[in-house]
Design a protein around this ligand. Structure first.
Ligand code: FDA
Length: 583
């Protein structure tokens, strides 16, 4: 085999993790090649929920509009129904994904971008198209076979699946974004906690116009409580909107201990009709696939010059909608670090912070998603369904919630309580937005972070405490309204200060010149490039007007200074040198 190709970064996989890594690297001007096994992107809809953190990342790299154009918008995704079938009895509803008025306010306040719902079959092509247009060399039908790394780079053996020819690609760094059965992670022998295949699920995609049943309660999720609904699977039966309101995906569980079932088109049609609740429903079955629920995360995401991102390092059920989001956020954390190291602007130990920062997130989301799936148990228990699989007994139990008896009243109360618990799956705004990093790329300011006032899984609390995500506030002037996130684009460090902090401008320029990196200072105040339109930033900044918040390319706070120090240049030099591993 001959070395045919050389590049800076080779990415294996064109899913959310790989395609976004390619997009971020190309946006930063880093030469990269993306190889992927099949002739095109995902062939089934898979992940949909695209949370605010991901949408603001898309805003940062200029593709938010393209995603919104293909997505089902925020206001149509959240009237989540729990029922015996879509035409059957309603057990209850929750306003989800920030659609409750109170939670909607939390979402509006937290970010310039609202969440939306876009099937992976629509999202991946947007990522691949933009990455390729910006410079990525994308090679379909190309399979990763193995790699060896040395002090200067990685030599990767690949197979062209069209010609059958093997060749090698030489890269300075390799990213394995090759999914839950990652060959790159296996070759690296990454350490994992937890297990794969803890339960069985099947996905059935189908076409049927259900608009009449959904228009008055628009949601992407209709949860179905029926005999068998709590066997395997993701907590209950699920009818999941793919496109409103005529393309759908059913998730139905099976008992893995009994082996993997054969599911014919007729079986699938029967499941569709049962869950919709229409025995004569005219539905076209478009796909059937079986998959295992996983509860597994890597505790180390890299070795040497090779990194893994996405499902390769966190494997979990779709509960909470964190799969694709976390995968994209992994790559957003990694790409700017690779760019700085490749440009000689940062020491190579900056790359170690990828594991320090993202491995705790991998653990958190795997445990959260699995807990959410299990918490459906409380609803089955509340309804008295946990002890039986008999349809008649189940129906009688469900009926009992209408009784005027004490048992009926107790059941109604128990159902209310069990439904409340589902906010941890469908309104976990703190899990989505509250990730905070601790590593050598974050410099503590000596303060202790205040205890959260509300439940940190449900509620995001803005903070400029070093490591936290930069709080969003609207700033601008008579012509423009910008988010604080817009002030801090991906290709630079940004220092935010106020008018009496003017001296930071010169200090940052000198420090940046000495270190050869880009640090832009934005002075926020009347008469300056942007002003604090609603006085929100001064409330959120966590520092005095002459203090400063240093924002990393990924919009996490690297450091903050409560006020203007005697020698701001020296302070910044020392902080930046630490963050960039230049000491
Ligand atoms: P992903 O698996 O998307 O991508 C891996 C990529 O690597 C692919 O492009 C593949 O072709 C490529 N690849 C693999 N091996 C390779 C090799 N040896 N050489 C070259 N390329 C290789 N999540 C969710 O939130 N809600 C949901 O409803 C679902 N449903 C769902 C259904 C099914 C059937 C699957 C498989 C997955 C889901 N998921 C999901 C999970 C979600 O799809 C997942 O979290 C993300 O796709 C993860 O993105 P990655 O990019 O990490 O891996």
């Amino acid at each position: 085999t001959d070395t045919a190709v050389e590049t800076d970064v080779l990415i294996v996989g064109s899913g959310p993790a790989g395609a976004s890594a390619a997009l971020f690297l190309s946006t930063l001007g880093v030469p990269n090649v993306m190889i992927t096994k099949y002739r095109w992107t995902a062939n089934t809809p898979r992940a949909h929920i695209t949370n605010q953190r991901t949408m603001e990342i898309f805003r940062d790299v200029g593709i938010e509009d393209q995603v919104l154009a293909d997505a089902t918008p925020h206001h149509l995704i959240g009237d989540t129904v729990f029922c015996t079938s879509i035409t059957g009895e309603e057990i209850g509803r929750i306003l989800t994904w920030g659609n409750h008025p109170a939670r909607h306010a939390d979402h509006e306040l937290a970010s310039p971008s609202l969440n939306c719902d876009i099937p992976q079959t629509y999202l991946e092509p947007i990522l691949v198209r933009n990455a390729t247009a910006r410079g990525t060399q994308t090679q379909f039908s190309t399979e990763y076979l193995g790699h060896v790394q040395d002090a200067d780079g990685v030599t990767v053996r690949v197979l062209n699946r069209l010609t059958g020819a093997e060749y090698t690609i030489r890269a300075k760094y390799l990213i394995g974004a090759d999914g839950a059965r990652s060959a790159v992670a296996a070759d690296l022998d990454l350490p994992y906690e937890g297990q794969m295949d803890v339960a069985g699920s099947m996905n059935i995609t189908f076409k049927a116009d259900l608009s009449e049943l959904c228009r008055h309660r628009p949601s992407v999720l209709y949860w179905v409580i029926q005999p068998g609904a709590n066997v395997g699977g993701i907590g209950a039966g699920l009818v999941r909107m793919v496109r409103p309101w005529n393309e759908w995906l059913i998730v139905w569980g099976f008992d893995l201990a009994q082996g993997v079932p054969e599911v014919s088109s007729d079986d699938a049609l029967q499941i569709v009709r049962n869950l919709v609740g229409d025995p004569g429903l005219d539905a076209e079955i478009t796909g059937i696939s079986l998959w295992g629920n996983n509860e597994q995360y890597a505790t180390r995401l890299q070795r040497g010059r090779v990194f893994c991102a996405g499902d390769a390092v966190h494997k979990h059920p779709p509960s909470n909608g964190l799969g694709s989001n976390t995968s994209i956020q992994d790559s957003y954390n990694l790409a700017w670090k690779l760019a700085l190291v490749l440009n000689g602007q940062a020491g190579s130990s900056l790359l170690d912070t990828y594991t320090d920062e993202r491995a705790p997130v991998a653990e958190q989301i795997v445990l959260r998603a699995n807990k959410s799936a299990r918490e459906f148990g409380a609803l089955f228990e509340a309804l008295g369904l946990d002890a039986t699989l008999d349809a008649e007994q189940m129906n009688a139990q469900i009926e009992e919630r209408k009784d005027s008896s004490l048992t009926g009243a107790a059941k109604r109360a128990a159902v209310r309580e069990a439904m409340e618990l589902k906010n941890y799956e469908f309104n976990a705004h703190g899990v989505e937005m509250g990730q905070s990093y601790s590593s050598s790329a974050v410099v503590p300011d000596g303060s202790t972070r205040a205890e959260p006032a509300r439940d940190p899984e449900l509620y995001y609390e803005p903070s400029t405490w070093p490591g936290a995500r930069l709080p969003h506030a609207w700033v601008g002037d008579s012509r423009r309204k910008l988010s604080t996130h817009d002030l801090a684009p991906y290709g630079q460090f940004t220092l935010l200060t106020g008018i009496t902090g003017d001296a930071w401008v010169d200090a940052a320029k000198k420090a940046a010149d000495r270190l050869g990196v880009v640090v832009e200072t934005v002075v926020i105040g009347p008469g300056r490039p942007v002003t604090d339109l609603y006085f929100d930033w001064s409330r959120l900044s966590g520092v005095d007007e002459d203090g400063a918040v240093l924002v990393r390319p990924d919009k996490h706070v690297a450091w903050r200074s409560a006020s203007l120090p005697a020698d701001p240049e020296a302070s910044l030099m020392s902080v930046l040198a630490t963050v960039l591993s230049r000491e």
